[in-house]
Design a protein around this ligand. Sequence first.
Ligand code: OAD
Length: 256
Amino acid sequence: MNEHITKIDDTILDLFRRAKKITFLTGAGVSAESGIPTFRDELTGLWKHYDVEKLASEEGFVNDPSLVWGWYEWRRAKVAAAQPNPAHLAIAELEKRFEVTVVTQNVDDLHERAGSTNIRHLHGELNKAHCIQCGDAYTHKEFVFTKDEVELEQARIEPPKCRCGGYYRPSIVWFGESLNTDVWEDSVEACNEAHLLIVIGTSAQVYPAASLPYNASLKNVPVLNINPEENNFRYLVPFFLKGKAGDVMTRIMNQL
Ligand code: OAD
């Protein structure tokens, strides 16, 4: 049954009142109010302006490592200059009252910086990199802003090299690559065993992440979807709060 509720009424509040374990599945929309572009929004989405094949695939990296490293450094700079917004802060605040797990498709660190402690990064992290040949983990130096963000966007920056001679690449799950098995299994468990799964700010177009709410609802986990648009879940999830992540989470926090 679909219930499109825009008001935070007792039906919604009861989902929280009955829950001890709450899992969030977050997507780019949760960071939108921090000024981080989403991927598929018509006007501002990254994949509307940049070539996925060139920037988010191993083949693209091998063909032009400096283009790819420069682009991810630009994104890292953008995130470093951003602040967690009321949605990140509310999710972190809920840890005081519930067992909260955040399963995120986001590669930024805004959940961490808001204070969430139990986070699974399904698609990797902008602040991590590893050698494309031997897998050695790279530690980013403290970010030094020698260029402003706009310049960085255009920048080609040669990636650092590992002792084995291979380039370090961003530890982001690129198209055609598998998710980390441990992170995936933990995420499945966190969604399926939650008393409430809150899906927030995702278009639900990328699998396997998008399968998590479907599978959880098959296990009778109530799913609450928060999004300003009606996304792919509208036919499957029972509860839909239409609105921006920060606004809706603030209204929920005020009423809990
Ligand atoms: P998308 O760009 O596909 O979807 C963003 C969603 O956020 C849309 O449903 C918007 O309606 C919604 N949205 C926009 N502003 C919002 C706001 N203020 N509050 C709440 N929601 C808002 O981003 P994802 O679903 O996260 O993968 O995309 C999934 C994956 O596709 C990403 O993790 C990335 C990309 O390719 C990798 O980088 C591996």
